[in-house]
Design a protein around this ligand. Structure first.
Ligand code: PAF
Length: 291
């Protein structure tokens, strides 16, 4: 597996592969890789001639008091996992190269970035959209893979790619869960044993709502209130039923929707969601959900 640090070298490698008519599937990550990330890497390797991953803990998507410094960085383990997944090259730029002095160009994706995580982390999607654009410019992928767990991030990236004519196919992969239903996240390592147990109310509340949706419940207020009730033992950031494309609140799931939750536990902020399409009655395959 090739390790590349500089954007120029990354572009050179990507151009070379493209000139040989190889397709590139890209998985951007911040490292601390778990099975969810590896499902993206495996899909990128399977569906393309070459899989590329990046590891970069992006400072512009963290607010000053968030966990940028504590964010886990098990680099050697991450590299071994990517190599096992069959990744051909890993791009690991430095913060100094990504954000040189006087860096002044940011990408704001309007509407989709507002509300939900954009409400409680106003800086977040600007940082994500900017860094993902820079990573795309270096890696030059044909396809890029993101996890449904960050459903709003997926919607933001899809909108950005469409609006800016980036010509990259965005592939959204199902949430990977622990056997007891907890959505996998690099931040789960922050949870104490007691908080880990309390965190289960997020996925349980969503699975219950999913059952109601499948049984024909179409009142968004009832669905949201049911989830709020089931999450009464944690500090709720938001519970919202939103249009899957625009991320704007919707009262009735008459189009594909996301039922999304976020909660503050003492040691971590967690997010989770289910997707539901009333036309196909498909609540999104949540692999390993243990339901
Ligand atoms: O989802 C993540 O890990 C990050 O937000 C991403 C897409 C790698 C950008 O830093």
């Amino acid at each position: 597996m090739k390790q590349i640090q500089h954007a120029d070298d990354m572009r050179f490698w990507a151009d070379e592969q493209r000139s040989l008519h190889k397709t590139i599937g890209f998985v951007p990550t911040m490292g601390a890789l778990h099975t969810g990330h590896l499902s993206l890497a495996e899909a990128a390797v399977r569906d393309n001639d070459l899989g590329v991953a990046s590891i970069f803990v992006n400072p512009t998507q963290f607010a000053p008091l968030e966990d940028f410094d504590q964010y886990p960085r098990p680099l050697e383990e991450d590299l071994a996992k990517l190599e096992t997944a069959g990744i051909a090259a890993v791009y690991m730029p430095t913060a100094a190269e990504m954000y040189p002095r006087n860096f002044s160009t940011y990408i704001d994706v309007e509407q989709v970035s507002q509300g939900l995580c954009g409400g409680s982390r106003p800086h977040f999607f600007r940082g994500v959209a900017t860094v993902v654009t820079k990573l795309f410019n270096a890696v030059k992928p044909h396809r890029a893979y993101f996890g449904q767990k960050d459903a709003q991030q997926c919607a933001v990236i899809k909108r950005m790619v469409r609006d800016l004519d980036m010509g990259i196919e965005i592939v959204e992969m199902p949430i990977v869960r622990e056997p007891d239903g907890l959505a996998m996240s690099s931040r789960n390592v922050y949870l104490t044993a007691e908080d880990r147990k309390r965190a289960l109310c997020l996925s349980r509340a969503l699975f219950d709502a999913e059952k109601k949706l499948r049984n024909g419940e179409r009142d968004g207020g009832v669905l949201v209130q049911g989830v709020r009730d089931a999450m009464r033992n944690v500090e709720i950031d938001y519970v919202a039923l939103v249009d899957a494309e625009t991320m704007q609140p919707i009262r009735e799931p008459i189009r594909p929707v996301v039922l999304a939750v976020a909660a503050f536990l003492p040691t971590a902020r967690l997010i989770d969601n289910i997707k539901f399409d009333p036309n196909t009655d498909d609540a999104g395959s949540q692999t390993g959900s243990g339901r």
